[in-house]
Design a protein around this ligand. Structure first.
Ligand code: GUN
Length: 294
């Protein structure tokens, strides 16, 4: 095992650089850029994320329209709200915070958001464009991972990137971005998941290992090749009774042991986390420009 600890890849310098660029760009646009965020119910993590998104909008000069609704809100009410936001000229991005409570139909609502305002990049039209290599609004967290790799000059071209996790939000779109025939991509990509056989045999082949499973400290040192780059997309709340909040945040990677073996690793919190919001703001400005033909 290496005695030299891995380089820590912090998200903040990358997200700060993106936000600084966006602040200047937003100030130069002919009218205000607007983002509508819909939060249904009282999931504490979602409330925290929506608060952070609102603060980040204000920071760069984007108007933030928050719609905080009770868990009792009906499918029809949400459908109607999205209809009105689709038609609202002051709104260029619409974000429906997930997960939705109860038996609300997530997919029906996400696909009702106009693809032109789908700043999460979740609409099948935008997912399809991503896969086809066409310019589009891309899912924020995987897009943020791509920007982090670029910032830290970790070129995935020709590298074996192993992604653990096949979600529609991270694993699948990230694989689509990494295999594109373009600068900053061109990787050889493997996706693993809960049904993959011999998982450790596969993860140990990774030049770049990306964990996006949503299970605290799932990736352990024995699963990582010496010198690999490890990107941890997980943000898990685990009980920590002796802390003030009563919980702490850990990633999908067992940081303390894996960081002794990897050449570079993203910490949690402070790694990929800040990138998701930076890319959301970037997508909102992109949507504004496309809607206004700029
Ligand atoms: N919940 C957790 N991550 C996300 C995200 O990126 N977008 C939305 N809309 N909800 C989320």
């Amino acid at each position: 095992m290496s005695v030299v600890a891995a380089t820590q890849l912090q998200g903040k310098p990358v997200s700060d650089a993106i936000k600084a660029r966006l602040t200047a760009e937003v100030a130069s646009l002919p009218s205000k850029v607007g983002l509508a965020v819909i939060l249904v119910g009282d999931n504490p993590a979602s409330q925290a994320y929506v608060g952070m998104k609102n603060k980040a909008c204000i920071e760069v000069g984007i108007s933030s329209f928050e719609h905080r609704l009770p868990a009792s809100t009906s499918q029809q009410e949400l459908h109607d709200l999205i209809t009105s936001l689709n038609h609202d000229d002051t709104v260029h991005g619409i974000l429906l915070q997930l997960p939705l409570p109860g038996d609300l139909d997530e997919f029906a609502l996400l696909t009702h958001i106009s693809p032109a305002k789908d700043v999460d990049g979740f609409h099948p039209v935008n997912v399809g464009k991503l896969l086809a290599g066409l310019p589009t609004l891309k899912s924020c967290t995987p897009y943020g991972v791509m920007e982090m790799l670029r910032f830290y000059k970790i070129d995935p071209a020709g590298q074996h990137v192993v992604i653990v996790g096949r979600s529609n939000i991270v694993g699948k779109p990230l694989a689509a971005m990494l295999v594109q025939k373009e600068d900053g991509a061109n990787a050889t990509v493997t996706i693993c998941h809960s049904r993959s056989k011999n998982l450790t045999d596969i993860t140990k082949q990774a030049d770049i290992l990306i964990a996006a499973i949503g299970q605290p400290e799932f990736v352990t040192a024995d699963m990582v090749r010496e010198g690999a780059v490890v990107i941890d997309v997980g943000i898990n709340r685990v009980d920590a009774p002796d802390t003030e909040k009563g919980y702490k945040l850990v990633g999908d990677v067992a940081f303390d042991t894996v960081s002794k073996k990897a050449s570079a690793i993203t910490p949690v919190p402070g790694g990929v986390g800040p990138m998701t919001i930076a890319m959301l703001l970037s997508n909102t400005v992109l949507a504004y420009k496309a809607i206004n033909g700029l």
